[in-house]
Write a protein that binds this ligand. Structure first.
Ligand SMILES: Cc1ncc(COP(=O)(O)O)c(C=O)c1O
Length: 386
């Protein structure tokens, strides 16, 4: 292999997560698989066809460039929805390719109508309502103007969805804010219906609200992190356990779909009292056996994990010692008898009975799961495991 590490994606884990999600959503709610951020590090081109094989046919991306990648990888009957950025210049392309996109302000709505007219077609849109996140969405104060413009242009618009996004349902601290958002959404949706604006679906929930506020699942849920086998937060996991009368942390129905592996590049002995690597941030206290692993911060293993991270060698958690370099890190393998050059190193995933989860990786750095995953570079080769 030319690369210094590789990623494995488990089809069995994905299938199992999707089965769990189906139990949460029930049979009548559509699942939209969120594959923005390079499918949370899994790789759009790898993950999308795999999800299709597992029965998913609705995908959400952030931007037009991701939509283009999804378009090249999807089957004809799969739908792509852009939740964020697309230039007005690309709207005709979206209309032409039946890609739906969020509309959250009048400039974009007018541009969508214009693009649809030019194509002599209909723009497939999702109306994003401002309900209290204060990020994107039509304000309640503009409801009249919005309804009028929509009703006047229904020949050029296919309103696939009316939607909003919650401001942090993974934390109970946001409970009241979320409740207000739900009420605001229902009020706005009710108003638009009365004015004759009908959508195919209402969708508001991503992973955390699906667990914490199940009534927000409505007609479709946009699920990212859960499908990849991670909880949005520990709180959400605890909520799941308590709601379902589970008592043990091992009652985790999710399986991580991703593993990240490398191997030992070189091994050497260092005497007690020596500094390891750049500078003086790590000094050995005993004679130490060290191993160089060819993964560094340029590969997504953050510098903040210097003297802090753990990886698996011979099924043991071994510490990263000294600074994480651009392309390399040093780990202490003194307690791995018989350790050799080329032995497997697991950066995320399991080895024998031990496991490095993205969350424990993230706990060490205060990162959230999402950030660690999406930082995995595109160049790392990805392989699908059945
Ligand atoms: C609008 C929107 N919907 C859905 C999601 C998916 O979120 P999650 O990964 O928590 O399921 C995101 C991600 O941030 C989002 O921005």
């Amino acid at each position: 292999m030319f690369h210094t590490s590789f990623i494995e994606i488990s089809k069995a884990a994905l299938k199992s997560n999707l089965r769990f999600l189906k139990k949460l959503t029930g049979p009548d709610v559509r699942l939209c698989s969120v594959i923005k951020g390079n499918a949370y590090g899994h790789g759009i081109e790898h993950f999308l066809p795999l999800a299709e094989e597992c029965g998913v046919n609705y995908f959400a991306v952030h931007s037009a460039d991701e939509a283009l990648r999804a378009l090249m990888s999807r089957r004809k009957d799969s739908h792509i929805m852009i939740m964020g950025m697309i230039d007005d210049d690309q709207l005709s392309w979206a209309v032409e390719n039946d890609i739906s996109f969020y509309v959250f302000e009048f400039d974009r709505l007018n541009a969508a109508i214009y693009a649809a007219k030019k194509q002599n077609g209909k723009a497939r849109i999702h109306l994003e309502l401002e309900t209290g996140m204060n990020r994107l969405g039509f304000d309640w104060e503009d409801r009249n103007k919005l309804a009028d413009l929509l009703v006047r242009n229904l020949d050029h618009l296919h309103i696939m969805g009316i939607c909003t996004h919650f401001a942090g349902a993974e934390s109970i601290a946001n409970y009241l804010r979320i409740q207000n958002q739900i009420a605001n959404f229902n009020r706005y949706h009710g108003y638009l219906r009365k004015k004759g604006v009908e959508a195919d679906m209402r969708h508001t929930a991503c992973s955390a609200p699906l667990v914490a506020y199940p009534h927000t699942k409505m007609d479709m849920v946009r699920v990212g992190i859960l499908q990849y086998g991670f909880w949005p937060s520990k709180e959400t996991f605890m909520q799941y356990l308590t709601q379902n009368g589970k008592r043990r942390m091992t009652d985790n129905p999710l399986r991580q779909t991703i593993s990240w592996k490398s191997k030992i590049m070189s091994i050497k002995k260092v005497r007690a009292g020596e500094f390891v690597g750049y500078g003086t941030i790590y000094q050995t206290t005993d004679d130490t056996l060290i191993a160089a692993v060819p993964v560094g911060y340029s590969h997504g293993f953050g510098r903040v994990l210097s003297n802090l991270g753990k990886v698996l060698v011979h099924g043991r958690r071994v510490p990263v010692i000294g600074m994480v370099n651009m392309n390399m890190m040093i780990v202490d393998v003194s307690h791995c008898p018989g350790v050799q050059r080329e032995d497997e190193v697991v950066l995320i995933g399991s080895q024998r009975n031990n496991r490095i989860t993205v969350s424990s990786f993230s706990d060490m750095t205060n990162d959230v799961n999402y950030e660690t995953l999406v930082r995995l570079p595109r160049e790392i080769p990805r392989f699908i495991l059945e």
